[in-house]
Design a protein around this ligand. Structure first.
Ligand SMILES: [Zn+2]
Ligand SMILES: [Zn+2]
Length: 293
């Protein structure tokens, strides 16, 4: 069983439609794929149809933009009912913050002498529910200002760079509660990705586990091998599920091919058990994982 629990489609900042993504996952030899677009469940229905068509397992998820102790934290939520009001309201607020940031980012780029318009960004973001910095990056590529998305982020769009604009992110603990209330489970995405200070640290992760966090994404391209081993040890200590995934964005991110990291079947099994327990407690009709017999 090859299981990839973290991918993005054009419903957020991936470059494939949910249908194309699921078909690509099957072609890449995956047995189960999770669709985890940023702050939206928009791609679920299309992914579901494609998964049933190609006979691959689908776990419906999302990656929620949160903040904890002043740090940006991405929270993967699996199988929540996206209509549960505290979750739906949190996602709406995050998406509004993301979209409303675009004009400010464009204005900063213009002030740097770069010719780019909001219309350029809208042209590349198309049907995305979560238009934002990656689409500004794509527009910069189209304009020939930078060679690729990565260059756009490192030169202009990352925190500390001249066109960076802060935006709303939901409090992490509120979102862990909202996901549980929605009958889903939470896994912290790439906790030490692209950071050298190993925050959130073990004590913080322990407090989050007590709050209801179910797992840690350990095997991720942005974690160095030593960081993966330390995170795996922390997960074992705290009784948390340890996942692995590609964080695939189509051609929007290099070195994140589907299945480049995977989750062992027993870890997925534990997650699904925890999700079933959360769904029973919440009393909400949560989306069932679509799995091969
Ligand atoms: Zn992320
Ligand atoms: Zn992601």
């Amino acid at each position: 069983m090859r299981i990839d629990l973290h991918t993005h489609s054009r419903a957020s900042d991936g470059t494939q439609s949910p249908d194309e993504l699921v078909r690509a996952a099957a072609a890449a030899g995956l047995d189960v794929v999770a669709l985890t677009d940023h702050d939206t469940a928009e791609g679920w229905a299309e992914a579901e149809r494609a998964a049933a068509d190609v006979g691959i397992g689908l776990v419906r998820g999302m990656e929620i933009s949160t903040r904890h102790e002043g740090q940006s934290v991405h929270l993967l939520a699996y199988l929540p009912d996206p209509t549960y009001p505290p979750l739906a309201e949190g996602l709406t607020r995050i998406l509004e913050g993301r979209v409303s940031r675009v004009p400010d980012v464009v204005a900063r780029l213009n002030a740097l002498g770069i010719e780019i318009t909001e219309a350029d960004v809208a042209a590349v973001s198309g049907d995305s529910a979560a238009s934002g910095r990656p689409h500004v990056a794509d527009a910069l590529v189209q304009r020939g200002v930078v060679g690729d998305r990565t260059e756009a982020f490192t030169r202009f769009l990352n925190p500390g760079r001249p066109a960076y604009v802060d935006r709303y992110a939901a409090p992490l603990t509120d979102m862990i509660d909202a996901v549980a209330g929605a009958g889903g489970v939470s896994v912290i995405a790439h906790p030490w990705g692209r950071r050298s200070d190993e925050r959130p640290d073990a004590a913080t992760l322990e407090a989050l586990a007590e709050r209801g966090l179910a797992g840690i994404e350990v095997d991720h391209q942005d974690h160095a091998p030593a960081a993966r081993e330390r995170l795996r040890a922390i997960a074992t200590d705290l009784g948390l599920v340890a996942t692995g995934s590609s964080d695939h964005h189509g051609t929007g991110k290099v070195d994140h091919d589907l299945g480049c990291h995977t989750t062992p079947p027993e870890q997925l099994h534990r997650l699904l058990e925890l999700a079933a327990a959360a769904a029973a407690r919440s009393g909400r009709a949560t989306p069932q994982p679509l799995l091969l017999p």
